[in-house]
Design a protein around this ligand. Structure first.
Ligand SMILES: *Cc1c(COP(=O)(O)O)cnc(C)c1O
Length: 356
């Protein structure tokens, strides 16, 4: 049977899409996964579910209340959804008319802003950052026509950099409440002093994205939060699916947001940062490295003399990194997630072997 008609039926922008290369789509044999900024170890928990016959609440109150306390916001300033990724999408659905409106973001950065725009048929303005990864405020002010949403990843994936707070306030002045500014704080727990969450009360057009995937070591759970003015939350609630989280997800998320487990998370962060600092120090011996960018996260961006070669050699040894060479300004750059001490040590060992 001919499939020609399917090609005729599909929306043109969907036809042009290339499927996203996710953490798990690399069909490679690996035993050390340092490519997706996940926590290297899983916390084992056992749950008994007595109410799987019932649909879950869309916005489980206990979960919302726990996150509100954790984040220091009111419980009417939160919506919970399937990972931070769903928050990125919901915002576009609420604020952007396809074909007409634009989002703005600042490469090199997280890929899902552009991908969601492409899927929804929303236009985008990708503005280069300055050489130090900081916002180019002049260029922003010249390009804000038809922009409804600005996405800023802070700390930024994959550079590990953070934006200057003074620039942020200037940006808020430039957009003058006429544009929604979204700060993606997926990695904020690794650099808590850089959060802009305290600015929510000052700016009604500010949105903060959070997730349990990174510092909470729950990438497999798929649970994220959008924090904003209650009017924005109200709009997002109009379009979210009726059951974004399954019953087990809700129970596990609540468990990890207990005071005791937040304490354990902070301990894990300290451990990760300690390993990161040791790893960076040990990397300085390699002449194949041109630059190690400073990192406010659980990964580091490294510029090699030849990224392709390093990536392939380590892949052969089962060590999977994330090549970032395709991104604007990141030629020969690889992002390495901080794994366990053992995994980092093995990575160093294999790097050494390559250069002997
Ligand atoms: C990992 C990541 C996300 C996605 O988080 P999920 O909650 O797993 O969907 C969002 N933004 C950035 C910058 C990320 O690195």
């Amino acid at each position: 049977m001919s499939t020609n008609n399917i090609e005729k039926l599909v929306r043109k922008n969907i036809s042009l899409l290339v499927p996203y290369q996710s953490a798990r789509s690399l069909n490679k044999k690996g035993n050390i996964w340092l490519n997706a900024n996940e926590y290297p170890e899983s916390t084992n928990i056992i749950f008994s579910h007595k109410n799987l016959n019932r649909y879950p609440y869309c916005q489980p109150k206990e979960l919302i209340d726990l996150y509100a306390v954790y984040a220091g916001v009111k419980n009417n300033q939160i919506i919970v959804h399937r990972g931070a990724d769903e928050g990125i999408e919901l915002l576009m659905k609420v604020f952007c008319n396809p074909i007409k409106d634009k989002i703005m973001f600042f490469p090199p950065t997280y890929g899902m802003y552009k991908i969601n725009a492409d899927i929804l048929g929303v236009k985008y303005k990708a503005l280069k950052t300055k050489n130090d990864w900081q916002l180019d405020l002049i260029s922003i002010s010249q390009n804000i026509q038809q922009v409804k949403l600005v996405y800023i990843c802070n700390p930024n994936n994959p550079t590990g950099s953070v934006i200057d707070h003074k620039d942020f306030h200037q940006l808020m002045n430039i957009v003058n409440k006429k544009i929604i500014v979204v700060i993606d704080e997926a990695y904020i727990e690794f650099s808590p002093k850089n959060t802009l969450i305290n600015c929510l009360s000052k700016y009604s057009n500010l949105v903060i994205l959070r997730t349990l995937s990174k510092a909470f070591s729950l990438a497999g759970l798929r649970c994220g939060f959008t924090l904003a003015n209650k009017k924005i939350i109200h709009l997002l609630l109009k379009i979210i699916t009726p059951y974004p989280l399954s019953v087990p997800v809700i129970e596990i998320a609540k468990y990890f947001l207990r005071e005791k487990n937040i304490f354990l998370m902070n301990k894990r962060i300290k451990k990760t940062i300690k390993i990161k600092n040791w790893f960076i120090k040990s990397l300085h011996q390699f002449t194949c490295i041109e630059k190690i960018f400073s990192s406010n996260t659980n990964y580091i961006l490294i510029k090699f003399k030849s990224a392709k070669y390093i990536f392939k050699q380590l892949q052969k040894k089962g060590i999977i990194l994330r090549d970032q060479s395709y991104q604007l300004g990141l030629k020969n750059c690889i992002r390495i997630t901080i794994g366990t001490y053992k995994e980092c040590k093995k990575t160093l060992c294999e790097l050494k072997k390559i250069f002997i």
